[in-house]
Write a protein that binds this ligand. Structure first.
Ligand code: S3P
Length: 446
């Protein structure tokens, strides 16, 4: 995959200037969790009944999921002027209808993979595509297990790339070992398994990826067993029950403030209502290992998910090693952690993270390239990078390359750097965090 491909051709790119923040203070409420929002919409669409979802992610990725679901007959209403409060009217397992057109997953890997799990079992034809970034991401890893369940799916590049054509079939359960941990593939198989008419489904993973699908299905009354290495589900005796949810704040969005607060010499930031599911909290562990002053307070539950507030303060950071089983627990936060590593004393080694090369962009190549513009010494490795640390960042002209997590990581680098930083295509933050730039200004102004 070429590292610098334009992810969203045709959209006008806008550059944003970010200047060093002399001090940072304030309270941030991050948007609803993107992963949980996708699942809440999809799983409630196949349940029977209505579900009210509040604090639903306002980002472009979850809009893509809602649009795909509407196109196959699911009723989705906005409950008020606030677009993050919606009602999903489930159609049950037999109520979906063929879409009149190609389904568009936009920039969202989760939309494409979870929707394909659902479409694989419907008695009609579906074609699903996405933007140029998504059309270059691996789909063979999705097609293979779904075919073992009896589905008929084809894709470009000898069935490895989207667009995908899906001719829904009656499915059977499967026993499958994921070659790399992936919550998207695990969830696609689990969703397909909800429709399987015979045979138990068991999925093994080399290390545990995020388990939001498992938790949500259990809360919807589905008989599902899971531990750290496997998850299994039998053909359903009764349909999943619709589930009202208050979606926890997104820890992947909170991560930018955790890094910025810890790395900045004069900062105190409180982040409210953050999901702290243990399969997602690797960023807290990594920052603490680097010496960050980070407190997790007022722990509580929202549905089947744990939530807390997080308080972060200026800290003297030191380099660390981020590798092994923690990687799936912080994979999306590595670009932000690379910024923390840039200013930390001593080197940071990031390894076992080759999956970063097949995200919205090649995040290893591009973070190494963009951070070096700020004066950071970064050595790219096939499965990660080594960041020398101790850099006095200087403002840079840099680009998100159409990747939301790069845009926001470069934004916090700019807030730490001397002088002005200009970030091309910064508005792509909208994919997961539409208010990101406003929140950065809020912290600066407080
Ligand atoms: C996600 C799973 C992860 C993550 C992605 C969201 C999910 O991807 O990187 O941003 O919601 O299931 P993989 O399943 O490819 O590891």
């Amino acid at each position: 995959m070429p590292p610098g491909r334009p992810a969203r051709p045709g959209l006008m790119t806008m550059a944003r200037e970010v200047r060093r923040c002399p001090s940072l203070a304030g309270v941030i409420t991050p948007p609803g969790d993107k992963s949980i929002s996708h699942r809440a919409a999809i799983l409630n669409s196949l349940a029977e009944g209505r579900a009210r979802l509040t604090n639903f992610s306002p980002g472009g990725d979850c809009r893509s999921t809602l649009n795909c679901l509407r196109a196959i007959g699911v009723g989705i209403e906005q409950l008020s002027a606030d677009p993050s409060a919606i009602e999903v009217t489930g159609v049950g397992r037999r109520g979906f209808v063929e879409a009149a057109d190609v389904l568009d997953a936009g920039n969202s890997g989760t939309t494409m993979r979870l929707m394909t799990g659902l479409l694989a079992a419907q008695p009609f034809l579906s074609i699903i595509t996405g933007d140029s970034s998504l059309r270059s991401r691996p789909m063979g890893r999705l097609i293979l297990p779904l075919r073992l369940m009896g589905s008929k799916i084809w894709g470009r590049g000898r069935d490895t790339l989207a667009p995908l054509a899906i001719k829904g079939q009656e499915l059977r359960g499967v026993t499958y070992s994921l070659p790399v941990p992936s919550a998207q593939i695990k969830s696609a198989i689990l969703i397909a398994a909800i429709f399987a008419t015979q045979g138990k489904t068991t999925i093994q993973e080399p290390s545990k990826s995020r388990d939001h699908t498992e938790r949500m299905l259990q809360a919807m009354g589905v008989d599902l067993n899971a531990d750290d290495s496997f998850v299994s589900i039998s053909p359903l005796r009764s349909p999943p029950v619709a589930l009202d949810l208050v979606i926890p704040g997104d820890i992947s969005s909170a991560a930018y403030w955790m890094v910025l607060g810890a790395a900045h010499p004069s900062a105190r930031i409180e982040i409210k209502g953050v999901g702290i599911n243990p399969t997602r909290t690797g960023v807290i562990d990594a920052l603490r290992a680097m010496g960050a002053s980070l407190r997790v307070v007022r722990e509580r539950a929202s549905g089947n998910e744990p939530v807390a507030d997080i308080v972060v303060e200026s800290s003297r950071l030191t380099g660390t090693t981020i590798a092994g089983d923690v990687i799936p627990r912080l994979i999306d936060e590595i670009p932000a952690l690379a910024v923390a590593a840039s200013v930390a004393g001593g080197p940071t080694v990031i390894a076992d993270a080759a999956e970063l090369r097949v995200k919205e962009t090649d995040r290893i190549a591009l973070m190494a390239r963009e951070l070096s513009r700020f004066g950071v010494a970064v050595e790219e490795k096939p499965d990660g990078m080594v960041i020398q640390g101790g850099a006095a960042l200087h403002g840079a002209l840099c680009s998100s390359h159409g990747d939301h997590r790069l845009a926001m990581s470069l934004g916090i680098a700019g807030a730490l750097a001397d002088g002005a930083t200009l970030i091309e295509d910064a508005e792509v933050a909208d994919i997961s965090y539409p208010d990101f730039w406003q929140h950065l200004e809020m912290l600066r102004a407080s």
